[in-house]
Write a protein that binds this ligand. Structure first.
Ligand SMILES: [Zn+2]
Ligand SMILES: [Zn+2]
Ligand SMILES: [Zn+2]
Ligand SMILES: [Zn+2]
Ligand SMILES: [Zn+2]
Ligand SMILES: [Zn+2]
Ligand SMILES: [Zn+2]
Length: 242
């Protein structure tokens, strides 16, 4: 006969589920109201919220949270929050997804994402001795010109793409001339490159963005099909969202 189920195993009364971390013991915090978040900053141990009222970040893997300013180094939350953030212990190279060769992993001073020096394109031979910024943060995605680093996101121009089924969330920076091309519709949202208006473009009927027909892998046959009025075209970015 199996023993009857023990009620205590499922009862949520202890208030310390999953929080039995060394060093984060009782700090006199009362958890009387069951509603209040018991999330605490990993550095200062003070309670924090993850909404817009506070500059904070939470690791997408272990759920550890920090006030942006309590993290070492302090983080620019408006850059960091754009991507699933990984804490120092959970950080993987953003290109290969691994965390081997730790001494060869460098971290972007703007977005806090990590990459192996050999996973960069082009690769670096040595870990840089000064601040390092990833290509997404300081290179124009279209013309590749190197742009100055930013303190806040809103100082720059960005092309944002939400995460899809197969693609990670992406945010690419643009220089002013390339932004102008984008505003004039001479810009492909898939390859993130500005090109002349007489290039072959097709507009997505769902997101209204323009893309190169070559970037949508459209052949002549398909193009003829989409030229018909009742044929709606969906771009690869929208397809990846479903
Ligand atoms: Zn803190
Ligand atoms: Zn973590
Ligand atoms: Zn790597
Ligand atoms: Zn970056
Ligand atoms: Zn540019
Ligand atoms: Zn393109
Ligand atoms: Zn679309």
């Amino acid at each position: 006969m199996p023993p009857p189920q023990v009620a205590a195993q499922v009862k949520n009364s202890g208030g310390q589920i999953g929080l039995a971390k060394p060093g984060s013991g009782s700090s006199g915090k009362t958890s009387a109201s069951g509603k209040k978040s018991d999330l605490a900053c990993h550095t200062c141990q003070k309670q924090l919220t993850l909404d817009a009222t506070e500059e904070s970040v939470q690791c997408c893997r272990c759920k550890k949270a920090y006030h942006s300013m309590c993290h070492e180094p302090p983080l620019h939350s408006d850059f960091v929050k754009y991507f699933p953030w990984e804490c120092p212990e959970c950080k993987n190279c953003n290109v290969c997804g691994l965390n081997n060769d730790e001494e060869k992993i460098i971290i972007c001073d703007m977005c806090d994402r990590a990459k192996h020096i050999h996973c960069l394109n082009p690769p670096l031979q040595q870990v840089p001795t000064t601040s390092w910024f990833c290509t997404d943060c300081v290179n124009c995605a279209s013309c590749m010109k190197v742009l100055p680093p930013l303190k806040t996101r809103s100082e720059g121009f960005w092309v944002d793409r939400p995460a899809g089924k197969t693609q990670r969330a992406a945010s690419h920076r643009l220089c002013k001339p390339c932004l102008k091309q984008k505003e004039q519709g001479n810009f492909c949202e898939v390859c993130c490159k500005a090109s002349p208006s007489d290039d072959d473009y097709i507009q997505c009927d769902y997101c209204q963005k323009w893309i190169h027909t070559r970037c949508g892998n459209l052949d002549e046959e398909q193009l003829k099909l989409y030229a018909q009025e009742d044929q709606k075209y969906m771009c690869p970015i929208c397809k990846d969202q479903i």
